[in-house]
Design a protein. Sequence first.
Length: 105
Amino acid sequence: MRCYIIHDITQVEQFEDKPYVTGWSYVRFDTGVPLTARTGHACHWKFCVTNTTPRMELDNNYLEKLHELPRVVMEHLDLINSQQRLYRSQFVIEDLCRFVDGRAP
């Protein structure tokens, strides 16, 4: 899975004059991983971590967690989506049963 890491955002010309760098929230460190659906398709969202302190050294544990958290988020969103589909399906089945039994409005 691809990720981007900007150790010190003030050193990147395209970001150095952005309000979130020059003013409040004073972002210095920025990293992100795309959120990917179960189907393998990338969403238009990213799981991002920022900090007000530059971080030059990242250990393997940090990088593993950076890749694991987006997977957990997407699994949760997929579960919610599945639950909503099940809920809607139950209503359709109930309506069909009423129709077959002649109880449809």
